[in-house]
Design a protein around this ligand. Structure first.
Ligand SMILES: [Zn+2]
Length: 511
């Protein structure tokens, strides 16, 4: 027998095998018993939570030769054909690749014919939100006067994209994400069945990674088992997932929380040097900050294990506004990562930036701007005292009225010209006259880039902001008492040497 991937091999065949969606399977079973069958159903919910499987089981229940019954026999001709996906009366359509009006017209003609050998003709349209407007209109015509033998089951991960006119004609069922323990249990039972040797830690990690999507979890177990059949450990899962262990995030979040720059630098460089994908790394960091926010608002979080949640719970005294600012900033970093020359340095600088944010900003003190974090790093001590905000000062006056100083300029840049901003994190204003501006920045490569590649844009932005034509002079911040700078520069030096070597390589090949 040919090899079946776990997700297919362990696909549920009856309602009681569907995990975590009892609110749906019980309702559907009762409807079958009471013979109250609707003409259209809408199954919504995250991917991999059982929508299509439930649609197939429901089809079997309706068309089983011994039915309609909530417990289809699984043996009759109809059950077997539906199981194999070859029943002429249960038609599965992928909305993503059949989204046009022509396909729906074809379907309309098809709808008119009676079922060939079953009670009902059932159309399962997956990813129904992908249909075009014209296709939806044609579909609506069918739904307005459906032939008595026809049943539609629409499945979608994005119900908000389905027109209200369609939704209102369907019985709607919302599938939920599975909890970590539901996924762990299913993984354990598959592992037992397959005689896989897998540690509790590895199961836990897979369940945490899959974020409530059983299909992903099963797929991951599959991958892990072909990689290391008899000894699937947590380390192997880390290696396959491309996501560092939670312990790495734990210490990074702690470093951000305590503003420990050297720890942030070490972690980011460690991740980079070990070859982790920085995109995936950041996405996971965003997820953890999101969980901190959910925990803070008292919401129940099922997607991660108790140990991880306990750990993240330590950071819930961040204010909600600060957490939103952090998450927004991280999203921005993720977006601009592809434009970054030296992505790990960019990430490092931005993480240092968020570590400097006031942890307890309240909404009355700062206004939130939709497009950006809208928040500035800790203001100088004498300008704002967060325990006693100036009640007379209108909050509406803060952004976008930037203070006409260097911090104000940096905030302006961050919001309006994010490409330049990372070069200037940690920079200082030395002198500002009518003709000249003198600044100091953290590292040499940034200085070179600003002067050689971005000078015109930089000059333009500075002149616009300060409303005068300014010549720019850039120096490096004295290194003696700045360990971080040394650390960064050492790494930059290494990078620079590598670039130089690469350029040399390219040149010599060209000759
Ligand atoms: Zn049957």
């Amino acid at each position: 027998m040919s090899y079946l991937v776990f997700a297919r091999k362990y696909r549920p065949e009856s309602f009681d095998e569907i995990i975590g969606q009892e609110h749906i399977t019980i309702t559907l079973s009762n409807a079958i018993k009471l013979k109250r069958i609707a003409h259209a159903y809408l199954f919504t919910g995250p991917r991999g939570t059982g929508k299509t499987s439930t649609a197939r089981i429901f089809s079997k229940s309706l068309n089983c030769e011994k039915g309609p019954t909530p417990e289809p026999c699984q043996k009759c001709f109809n059950c077997m054909e539906i199981k194999k996906g070859i029943s002429p009366d249960v038609i599965e359509i992928d909305g993503a690749s059949n989204r046009g009006i022509d396909q729906i017209r074809e379907l309309k003609e098809n709808v008119m014919f009676s079922p060939i050998k079953s009670r009902y003709k059932i159309f399962i349209i997956d990813e129904v939100h992908m249909l075009t407007r014209e296709a939806f209109n044609a579909l609506l015509k069918i739904l307005e006067e459906p032939p008595s033998h026809v049943i539609f089951i629409f499945a979608t991960t994005e119900p908000h994209k389905v027109p209200e006119t369609i939704i209102s004609r369907c019985q709607r069922f919302d599938f939920r994400r599975l909890t970590v323990s539901e996924i762990s249990n299913q993984l354990k039972s598959i592992a037992d069945n397959e005689n896989l040797k897998i540690t509790e830690e590895a199961i836990d990690k897979i369940a945490n990674l899959s974020e409530g999507c059983l299909r992903d979890a099963e797929g991951f177990l599959d991958k892990a088992s072909s990689f290391a059949k008899n000894n699937i450990t947590g380390k192997i899962i880390d290696r396959l997932s491309g996501i560092p262990d939670f312990a790495v995030y734990d210490s990074l979040i702690k470093a951000i929380y305590t503003s420990s720059q050297s720890e942030i630098t070490n972690t980011v460089h460690g991740i980079y040097n070990r070859g982790y994908n920085l995109n995936i790394f950041l996405q996971q960091l965003i997820k953890y900050f999101r969980v901190i926010m959910l925990l803070k608002s008292g919401m129940k979080v099922d997607e991660f294990s108790a140990a991880i949640l306990n750990s993240l719970n330590q950071y819930t005294d961040y204010s909600e506004v600060t957490l939103i600012a952090i998450i927004n900033t991280l999203f921005k970093v993720l977006e601009s990562l592809k434009y970054s020359y030296i992505p790990h340095i960019y990430i490092e600088m931005k993480l240092i930036y968020i570590s400097k944010l006031d942890k307890f900003i309240d909404i009355d003190t700062y206004l939130l701007d939709n497009n950006n974090s809208g928040l500035k790093p800790n203001p100088p001590k004498n300008s704002t005292d967060r325990t006693a905000p100036d009640k007379n000062k209108s909050t509406a006056n803060i952004p976008p009225n930037y203070a006409k100083n260097w911090d104000g300029f940096l905030s302006y840049l961050d919001n309006n010209y994010p490409k330049l901003h990372p070069f200037l994190i940690g920079s200082k204003l030395v002198e500002l006259s009518d003709k000249e501006i003198k600044i100091q920045i953290l590292n040499g490569i940034h200085k070179d880039l600003l002067l050689k590649n971005f000078y015109n844009e930089f000059e333009r932005e500075i002149s616009t902001f300060f409303k005068k034509n300014l010549k720019i002079s850039i120096d490096l911040i004295q290194k003696d008492n700045n360990k971080l700078t040394e650390e960064v520069d050492k790494n930059l030096e290494k990078l620079k040497n590598r670039f130089d070597a690469e350029i040399e390589d390219i040149r010599s090949n060209d000759v």
